[in-house]
Design a protein around this ligand. Structure first.
Ligand code: FEO
Length: 405
């Protein structure tokens, strides 16, 4: 396995996981990478982050093409989550037990909590600086991007920012750099990543971006090296700009109709709503939960102004997949959403009412009551659905008007 040179003294030495599809409940259709970096600065050799357990040999193989792994002086752990630290104990054993591992104060705590028996030589970067040669390290607290331990490391002499989960995306490929992949694909993968990983933390990300801007760091960043996806070397400002936009959760002129169905009645309602919203000039994603993972719905929903959720009633409850989706939404805490609920039923009809209450409970604006259809929808029973689509479209017009032509 070969390393990839980023600068004369900084290399990518991570691992590519082509097979992963379930990333703690989040679908990764393009796999992922666990990026790690080696900084060779004379006698001081620093490994920045490691890999998921199982990929240790891949990392060590890449390192060994540059230096003997035993020459690694120290490890910097920017983020303690297992996809970056699972391989840490094995890698430390390989490079020499007792080598120092630098992390934030919370990182020290988390790494100890995760690997209590490993005897890692953990050091808090706020109390002890890593060894430095011609290159130096600056650390930035980036709590909640993605965990409380998260930090960025910056090497000012090279303008290289190691941003762990920040500015990442899940993309397994032989491409290592942003200029090797079309921007549209990178943008969609970045939205998918932010929607499913970082949505609850957008206020913290906005603050970090402000701090970075205010500190003058922004102008000094030449290359961003995240822990997933591509290295941003051609235009790092582009991904920073996308993040600055995404964290606002500004509503776009778009709707999502997400539903499940038992005997096609709720499906028929979903189709009618999709048609009606489309007729108002609103891009509408029609997403059956039979064919779309909750994280695909979240991705489509992220920039959408409105999310309409449909469920049949089963045993006086929601359809299980709809319940799963609402639980996911509760955790993500989307902001600035318009919501609507609909569904068919046979006799009791609680499903759509529960969805209505759940979406309202998330703080979403609900412009109309839920629409329920008993048994099978027919042309003459669809009017309430068209009224619902109209009420949602009116709200979308208000927050995301159609562009003038
Ligand atoms: Fe890629 Fe929060 O770990």
């Amino acid at each position: 396995m070969e390393p990839i040179k980023i600068t004369d003294d900084i290399y990518w030495v991570g691992a590519v996981d082509y097979d992963i599809r379930d990333f703690h409940g989040y679908l990764t259709p393009r796999g992922s990478t666990y990026n790690a970096y080696l900084i060779v600065d004379g006698e001081t050799v620093t490994l920045v982050d490691t890999v998921r357990h199982g990929f240790e040999d891949e990392l060590l193989s890449r390192v060994s093409k540059i230096v003997d792994p035993a020459r690694i002086t120290q490890v910097i752990s920017n983020h303690a989550e297992m996809d970056h630290s699972g391989g840490l104990p094995g890698i430390v054993r390989a490079i020499g037990s007792g080598k120092p591992v630098y992390a934030s104060a919370m990182g020290v705590k988390n790494l100890h909590g995760q690997f209590p028996a490993e005897g890692l030589n953990l050091k808090d970067v706020a109390k002890e600086k890593p060894a430095e040669g011609g290159l130096t390290f600056q650390f930035l607290d980036t709590k909640m991007i993605h965990w409380p331990d998260s930090m960025f490391s910056f090497v000012p002499e090279r303008g290289v920012l190691f941003s762990q989960d920040g500015f990442g995306l899940h993309y397994a490929s032989t491409d290592r750099f942003d200029d090797q992949v079309p921007w549209d694909l990178l943008r969609s993968l970045a939205v998918n990543y932010v929607a499913n990983i970082l949505t609850p933390y957008t206020p913290q990300i906005a603050k970090v971006l402000e701090t970075v801007k205010g500190s003058g760091l922004l102008e000094r960043i030449r290359i961003i090296c995240p822990d997933h996806g591509v290295v941003w070397r051609s235009e790092p400002g582009r991904i920073i700009g996308l993040y600055a936009h995404l964290v606002t959760q500004a509503p776009a002129r778009k709707a999502v109709v997400a539903f499940d169905t038992m005997w096609h009645s709720t499906e028929y309602m979903a189709r009618a709503l999709t048609d009606a919203l489309g007729a108002r000039g609103i891009e509408t994603a029609y997403l059956s939960l039979k064919h779309n993972h909750r994280s695909q719905v979240a991705t489509e929903a992220y920039e959408a102004a409105a999310v309409l959720v449909g469920t049949p009633t089963i045993n006086n409850q929601l359809f299980p997949s709809v319940s799963d989706l609402l639980s996911y939404f509760r955790g993500l805490k989307f902001k600035n959403k318009i919501g609507a609920a609909f569904g068919s039923h046979g006799w009791s009809g609680e499903g759509a009412k529960i969805v209505q209450a759940e979406l309202a409970g998330l703080g979403w604006k609900m412009p109309a009551p839920e629409v329920r259809v008993q048994w099978v929808p027919r042309e003459e029973t669809l009017q309430p659905l068209f009224d619902l689509a109209g009420a949602v479209a009116d709200e979308i017009d208000r927050v995301a008007p159609a562009a003038a032509v």
